[in-house]
Design a protein around this ligand. Structure first.
Ligand code: AMP
Ligand code: GLY
Length: 421
């Protein structure tokens, strides 16, 4: 099978690594890829949000299966275009990708599916939104409706903060994404992520994880795309996962199918868990980054078979071969991230890192120049390890982080604190 993966972050490096573990993968191309992916697969410069360009490229390279990593090409309808052109694609249609691209749409689906989630109201004008906030009081959550690169959510602990968020959103801070806002009840509890493969009808759980969104130790500092993750997330027990499937995921899939927009791909189910009951925080229509890195290390070669089965509508017969293991990934980011940071700084010591079925250093924002690996983004490397226990996975991941010589980078030293202290 000739495979094309769209994307160039740590998530796509992990997807590429897993695909290559599987003997069914004959040829692998990743577009655009990065310096780490280039060591294991062919990388191609390609505008992955341009459906026409992706189709031409896939035709020229006799691609059999396309795996879409990030949400932007999905929201732009690239999966639809590819399927119309006859390609087998892992990833939802543009209509189904609205589960991530519009928070208001997700709420509408939750209503129709009677899925437990936060109470909410939708607004397209500032004054009624402010009146609603004054009536509800704080804490309260203000969300830009559209895609805002993970920055469109304000968890306001005071009424003033929430009112300011309304001014920012309707003032154009988030562009078109903020033309509509969703205001939500603040949910208490512990957050965890549940990853489910879907083929339009069948939902197949492939793992749980917990991310660390804040930049610094002790969950301090600004929100980021994620500074580290581990899998499984014990708070998402089998019993709670079953409730999430029965009450949230399956009713959502039924509602999407009923509307003529069945969901195919991975559904990232962000949950808030309190008193044994899960409630939906958000859906994403792609793997989490860095959650994908821990899931792929745990699943290995079977990940490709499972994604292929999802794309072909064969999940009812698919099974996950679970290993009783744990994985952790620690993100190395450029100093200054998620604010301003320098690009192009040299990273040394990568050649000496172990590359085994237990330890991998996935690249995110890197590029190669003259034989050197240079930083090329905010989140730059993901040292990822697995072990029989989470402690073992953590020790292996941090041992790798310590061997990397990159004075312009930083990482959290407490990934996994909820579990390990
Ligand atoms: P989202 O992009 O919707 O996942 O929101 C980003 C983060 O904001 C989530 O991961 C939660 O930590 C937090 N959040 C979102 N909605 C709520 C809510 N209704 N109650 C409490 N926290 C929330
Ligand atoms: N790590 C969070 C996300 O991918 O949305």
């Amino acid at each position: 099978m000739n495979i094309l993966i769209l994307g160039g972050g740590g998530r796509e490096h992990a997807l590429a690594w897993a695909a290559l573990q599987n003997p069914k993968c004959d040829k692998l191309i990743v577009a655009p890829g990065n310096a780490g992916i280039a060591l294991i697969a062919e990388c191609a410069a390609l505008d992955i949000e341009d459906g026409g360009a992706v189709i031409s490229f896939a035709e020229e390279n006799a691609i059999d299966f396309v795996i879409v990593g990030p949400e932007a090409p999905l929201a732009a309808g690239v999966a639809d275009r590819l399927r119309e052109a006859g390609f087998l694609v892992f990833g939802p249609s543009q209509a189904a990708a609205r589960l991530e691209a519009s928070k208001g749409f997700t709420k509408e689906i939750c209503d129709a599916a009677q899925a437990p989630t936060a109470g909410y109201a939708r607004f397209t004008e500032a004054e009624p939104a402010k009146a609603y906030i004054r009536a509800e009081g704080a804490p309260i959550v203000v969300k830009a409706d559209g895609l805002a690169a993970g920055k469109g959510v304000i968890v306001a602990m005071t009424e003033a903060e929430a009112l300011d968020a309304i001014d920012d959103m309707f003032g154009g801070e988030f562009g078109a994404a903020g033309a509509e806002v969703v205001i939500e009840e603040f949910m208490e509890g512990e957050e965890a992520s549940f990853f489910v493969l879907c083929d339009g009808e069948t939902a197949l759980p492939i793992g749980t994880a917990q991310d660390h969104k804040r930049a610094f130790d002790g969950d301090e500092g600004p929100n980021t795309g994620g500074m580290g993750a581990y899998s499984p997330a014990p708070v998402l027990s089998d019993e709670i996962a079953e409730k999430a499937l029965e009450q949230i995921v399956r009713p959502t899939l039924r509602e999407m199918a009923k509307r003529g927009t069945p969901y195919q791909g991975v559904l990232y189910v962000g949950l808030m868990i309190k008193d044994g009951q899960p409630r939906l925080v958000e859906y994403n229509v792609r793997f989490g980054d860095p959650e994908c890195q821990v899931l792929m290390l745990r699943l290995g070669a079977q990940a490709l078979d499972l994604m292929h089965a999802a794309a072909e509508g064969r999940l009812a017969e698919a099974r996950v071969n679970w290993a009783d293991d744990h994985a952790m990934t620690v993100v190395l980011a450029a100093k200054g991230y998620p604010g301003a940071y320098e690009k192009g700084t040299e990273i040394r010591g990568l050649d000496a890192l172990p590359e085994t079925a237990f330890e991998m250093c996935f690249h995110a924002g890197t590029r190669e120049e003259g034989g050197k690996v240079l930083s090329n983004g905010g989140r730059v490397l993901n040292v990822t390890a697995r072990g029989a226990t989470l402690q073992e996975a953590r020790d292996r991941a941090y041992a790798m982080a310590e061997r990397i010589d990159w004075p312009e980078g930083f990482y959290r030293s407490d990934i996994g604190w909820r579990m390990l202290g």
